[in-house]
Design a protein around this ligand. Sequence first.
Ligand code: PMT
Length: 223
Amino acid sequence: GGPKPLSGKTVLVTAGPTIEKIDPVRFLSNRSSGKMGFALAEEAANMGANVLLVTSVDNLTPPAETEIIKAESAEEMYHAVMGRYKEADIIIKSAAVADYTPVRVFDKKMKKQPGNLTLELKRTKDILKELGERPDKPFLVGFAAETDNLENYARDKMERKRADIIVANDVSREGAGFAGDTNIVTIFKRDGSKRELPLLSKHEAAREILREICREIEKGEKK
Ligand code: PMT
């Protein structure tokens, strides 16, 4: 019982990998499964939120009453998020977005050629950074997937992307990061503080992250 901490709030979550097409049968992607993002969506819904879930993933069950917004490539995710961000009170960017995408997409299957093949890639737009620059930005939560220097990179991302919270996972640690059912995260906040969480299921980690978000928003509202 009791009042739900996120009732009346809209939470937009991005989850899973992006898929960057090379030709009709090939793509570039990464090892994200979408589990962390789907866990965040489900726990946010349990806490009373109206949830928008932007994702390429279609093999996980989304929470009931969640609106799924399909986005495969980084470009599609950019348009999906920028088209809906004004509805959101909170955006949680747990998707693993490609930093590079092929310069050209071949409309026919590429044929083998003698010798090496060079694939030219260009930078994608940084969705989180762009959100951070909007004057009407919602409460912004970014993730940082790192293999070293976790704290420095996380704090640097918080500054550059103007996020309110960065959730960092050291993806080189057993039980943390991509694909599994567990994660080990540290939550970095703007006031310089951090909270290191132990190995938790992605659902437990999601609950802790959402509680931290609620606390920060409450603090902001009291000011
Ligand atoms: O999906 P799972 O298998 O459960 O794995 C979960 C996870 C490891 C993917 C997740 O916990 C995680 O760390 N997600 C973010 C991965 C990532 O892309 O991190 P990054 O350090 O490259 O990006 C930093 C932040 O900027 C992220 O919030 C990312 O969504 C955002 N970004 C990045 C690039 C880009 N073009 N636009 C963005 O918005």
